[in-house]
Design a protein around this ligand. Structure first.
Ligand code: NAD
Length: 247
């Protein structure tokens, strides 16, 4: 059902975690992948392990001019763009009383504005494709935030609403969906894991499945939303969170 053969997909944040898992799954399914990250070395290393049709692009998603050049490069080298995955993101965990305006702006800039910049820049390319799709990565934090995540949760709430607004505006040409991952075992959560050893444990009892999620379990849902198997889905938000948001 999920056929990605010869689909051309740009993945941001592909240098690590969920984005890297998406790039690997897409390549395995025969897609051509543009792996974009501000960590150029990470995407270069990843692209080398994928098939010949994968390319690496070093770019910061919060820089409009840089992103415009990156999209043009992906279009030229892949021969078009059928799908975009906005996985680039950063986290900040601080009580709101200690959160600086600079730290707030940095998180909003990458997570929300970066998703806007890449999606907007991709529209002309996607409009030329068949069954084009954008998948944005929101978070369980958008639906049910924990303390200390005001900037991150607000940015992810914004991604959820931006996804629905884009779906309304870009349909029937481009499908736009989002996913809300729970606690996923990626470098983003390294400090949480370290803390779990010598500090208060991660509250796994808030997750019905009582375990961390694997990046591949998130990537599978993203690949599904990109594929024609999801051709009647737009504006949707899928929780991939081990039961965190209902539990
Ligand atoms: P990660 O830290 O492993 O990977 C994020 C990647 O984004 C890194 O390679 C980083 O270099 C890149 N990046 C950061 N800022 C960038 C920028 N300005 N321009 C280009 N690239 C940039 O994190 P992850 O866990 O794979 O997270 C991927 C997405 O999933 C993020 O949007 C994150 O908020 C979201 N998410 C993660 C979890 C989780 O538990 N790990 C849960 C919910 C949502």
């Amino acid at each position: 059902l999920v056929n990605m053969q010869n689909r051309r997909v740009l993945v941001t944040g592909a240098g690590s975690g969920i984005g890297a898992a998406v790039a690997r799954q897409l390549a395995r399914l025969g897609a051509r992948v543009a792996c974009l990250d501000r960590d150029g070395a990470a995407v270069t290393a990843l692209a080398e392990t994928l098939q010949a049709d994968a390319i690496a692009i070093a770019a910061d998603v919060s820089d409009g001019a840089v992103v415009a050049r990156a999209l043009a490069e992906a279009d030229e080298k892949l021969g078009g763009i059928d799908g975009v995955v906005n996985s680039a993101g950063i986290v900040s965990v601080k009580p709101v009383t200690e959160l600086s305006l600079d730290a707030w702006r940095a998180v909003i800039d990458v997570n929300l504005t970066g998703t806007f910049i890449v999606s907007q820049a991709a529209i002309p390319y996607l409009r030329r494709a068949t069954n084009p799709a954008i998948v944005n990565i929101s978070s369980a934090q958008a639906l049910s935030p924990i303390a200390g995540t005001s900037a991150y949760s607000a940015s992810k709430g914004g991604v959820l609403s931006l996804t629905r607004a884009l779906a309304a505006e870009l349909g029937p040409q481009i499908r736009v969906n989002s996913i809300c991952p729970g606690l996923i075992d990626t470098p983003m959560n390294e400090s949480l894991k370290t803390k779990a050893d010598d500090g208060p444990p991660v509250p796994l009892d808030r997750y019905a499945l009582r375990r961390w999620g694997d990046p591949d379990e998130v990537a599978a849902t993203i690949v599904f939303l990109l594929s024609s198997a999801a051709s009647y889905m737009t504006g949707a938000s899928l929780a991939v969170d081990g039961g965190r948001t209902y539990h």
